[in-house]
Design a protein around this ligand. Structure first.
Ligand SMILES: NC(=O)c1ccc[n+]([C@@H]2O[C@H](COP(=O)([O-])OP(=O)(O)OC[C@H]3O[C@@H](n4cnc5c(N)ncnc54)[C@H](OP(=O)(O)O)[C@@H]3O)[C@@H](O)[C@H]2O)c1
Length: 194
């Protein structure tokens, strides 16, 4: 059996309570990690003219998920579009759980000073390892049946993705098995990007 060496590690998953984020949180917890389940904690308005509304998971969803995960997991709210949001989030998690071993930047709008595209030898030295997952179309409720069928035809493997497809790849990149993998973008897309 593969030992990912993630047991007992503290993993911060931004946007970790819904859709792909929740699958990632569950996948790390299954490896024995303590998960800080970040959530936005408010329902921002959709952009002007948008024909859709932002649907944030109901209040308490992140708390319920953290309880389900066990391993000392907990929920933490922060708006990452606020200038001091990321710093406050990291401080709060570190205050509660100590050093963060793995950061999964899953939340949309969420950026780090070093993107994978602009990584250099020097910036890689500042991190232990940094990688990105580039998902193909994943059904998280935004595709109707017709779009699922059309998107599936465009994917060489013949189907759209599921949140677990992405979560397993994220766990791999954070695992001991990927210990010499850094600065990479992993396409997890059923061949869609080829
Ligand atoms: N689904 C796809 O087909 C697909 C394809 C390629 C890439 N992706 C990327 O994969 C990631 C997850 O996708 P998804 O479909 O699971 O997206 P999602 O359901 O929209 O989830 C995004 C998460 O980001 C959080 N978030 C958004 N704005 C935030 C803010 N200002 N501050 C803090 N948190 C914020 C949301 O928090 P709340 O839960 O509290 O609202 C939500 O949990 C996203 O980055 C998306 O761009 C998705």
């Amino acid at each position: 059996m593969i030992d990912t060496r993630l047991a007992g590690q503290t993993v911060l998953v931004t946007g970790g309570s819904g859709n792909i984020g929740a699958a990632i949180s569950r996948a790390f917890a299954a490896q024995g990690a303590r998960v800080a389940v970040h959530h936005l904690d408010r329902d921002p308005p959709a952009p002007a003219g948008a024909g859709w509304a932002h649907v944030t998971p109901a209040a308490g969803t992140a708390d319920e998920l953290a309880e389900e995960l066990g391993n000392g997991s907990f929920a933490v709210g922060a708006d990452l579009s606020e200038p001091d949001g990321p710093v406050r989030l990291v401080r709060e998690v570190a205050d509660r759980a100590g050093p963060i071993n793995v950061l999964v930047n899953n939340a949309a709008h969420c950026e780090t000073p070093d993107t994978v595209d602009t990584l250099t030898h020097a910036s890689l030295e500042r991190h232990y390892r940094v990688n990105a997952v580039a998902p193909g179309p994943v059904q998280t409720g935004w595709m109707d049946e017709e779009l699922v069928a059309r998107a599936g035809e465009a994917v060489p493997m013949g189907r759209v993705g599921e949140p677990d497809d992405i979560a397993d790849a994220v766990v791999y990149l954070a695992s001991h098995q990927a210990r010499w993998v850094t600065g990479q973008v992993l396409q997890v897309a059923g061949g869609h990007a080829l």
